[in-house]
Design a binder for this molecule. Structure first.
Ligand SMILES: Cc1cc2nc3c(=O)[nH]c(=O)nc-3n(C[C@H](O)[C@H](O)[C@H](O)COP(=O)(O)O)c2cc1C
Length: 362
């Protein structure tokens, strides 16, 4: 294939997408006072609808799943109505859009949660460091260990959030199972010390993930449900005694679910010193997974093309490059230079650094 392989259409389950370039989920922390996306979000996502598939910023499934100020939710009518405008705007430009469903688990703070509640987690193990709760940062707290009834109640939240995503007009949903949030906290043994059927060996630690998948697939056809995982990720104090063995098990099991895709995130930083590091996670796990694989993390046009041409990934996702290049796909097509991104405007603020990155002059 030529370098234009990124630009070829792809059949993602029952959905045809116009190219292989995916906009990775990107938290931008600009939601309104009711955690609803704003009119500027309509513009932001529409500007990026040249992507084959947009995956939205992570969106909490309930007010208890929130871990940062001003992140959007998908549990209220106001939020559903606001997302609906975004879906319309993206569809009007021939784009497709999945909503990323999020529960942060222990990575939160009572200041961010209703009634000053404690964050919840598989086990009462604190993340080190500080949490941004708005104007200031506060030290993390020991989370409350989830009871089995509380786990059921979170599954119910996933169900309602998935129904809401359907009402809003999304093309599908992506389960956020990566980056040290609730699902990942269950999966990895550094954060899951439970002794019931949700802890211990990997069949038990992955139970919550598969229950979430099952719950969502009762609402959406499985071909419209994606999953993001970050094997080898050490963000948010994550660790596992044998990540390759355990994630290989999970990824093998996923073959039974006929999901839209598995989205694998490369570690964001050098973890080659870890004994169980899988060099290039997408390449490592490709042989295990029979369905559509999205690779993401640190890619550029050439490395992404190589992954597709070598059959190591079916689709490739770009994060920061999509922040600063609304017309990223067109730039790939024309071999045009890319705008640099401005880290200072990644999180919070207004249209600046959000909707004002320049398009190519045609
Ligand atoms: C500002 C910012 C926000 C992010 N928000 C999310 C998010 O909401 N959900 C998620 O799964 N990953 C999130 N990520 C990770 C990105 O999706 C992506 O995997 C990461 O930026 C590496 O890809 P890149 O090298 O192409 O930027 C975020 C990254 C950045 C820089």
């Amino acid at each position: 294939m030529s370098t234009l392989s990124l630009l070829l259409p792809y059949n993602l389950g029952s959905l045809e997408i116009k190219n292989r370039v995916v906009m990775a989920p990107l938290t931008r922390r600009r939601a309104g006072t009711q955690d609803e996306p704003l009119p500027m979000h309509v513009n932001y996502y529409q500007q990026r609808s040249g992507a084959g598939l947009i995956i939205t910023e992570a969106s909490q499934i309930s007010p208890f799943g929130k871990g940062y100020p001003n992140t959007p939710g998908i549990y209220s009518e106001t939020q559903i109505n606001a997302w609906r405008k975004i879906c319309h705007a993206v569809h009007a430009k021939g784009g497709k859009i999945f909503l990323q469903l999020w529960h942060v688990g222990r990575y939160s703070h009572p200041d961010l949660l209703p009634g000053g509640s404690l964050p919840v987690a598989p086990s009462p193990l604190k993340v080190s460091g500080w949490i941004n709760v708005g104007a200031e940062k506060k030290e993390t707290v020991v989370p409350k260990e989830l009871s089995k009834d509380e786990i059921k109640s979170i599954l119910k939240d996933y169900q309602i959030a998935s129904e809401n995503a359907l009402k809003a007009g999304f093309d599908g949903v992506e389960i956020h199972g990566a980056n040290g949030y609730l699902i990942d906290q269950f999966l990895q043994d550094g954060s899951n010390h439970r002794s019931d059927e949700y802890g211990g060996h990997i069949e038990n630690r992955s139970r919550f993930l598969f229950e979430v998948i099952g719950t969502i697939c009762d609402i959406w056809e499985s071909g419209r449900v994606g999953l993001r995982l970050s094997p080898s990720g050490t963000k948010m104090d994550m660790s596992d005694s044998n990540s390759i063995k355990h994630f290989s098990y999970i990824i093998n099991q996923l073959n039974n679910y006929n999901l839209a895709y598995l989205h694998l995130l490369e570690p964001w930083f050098d973890v080659s010193h870890l004994a169980n590091y899988a060099n290039h996670v997408a390449v490592y796990y490709r042989p295990f997974y029979k369905g559509t694989l999205i690779a993401s993390g640190g890619l550029n046009k050439d490395t992404a093309t190589e992954l597709i041409d070598n059959g190591m990934a079916d689709l490739v996702a770009f994060g920061k490059a999509f922040i600063s290049n609304p017309d990223l796909v067109r730039r790939f097509e024309l071999n045009a230079p890319l705008n640099d991104w401005d880290v200072d405007t990644f999180y919070g603020g207004d249209e600046r650094g959000f909707t004002d990155y320049p398009f190519l002059k045609t």
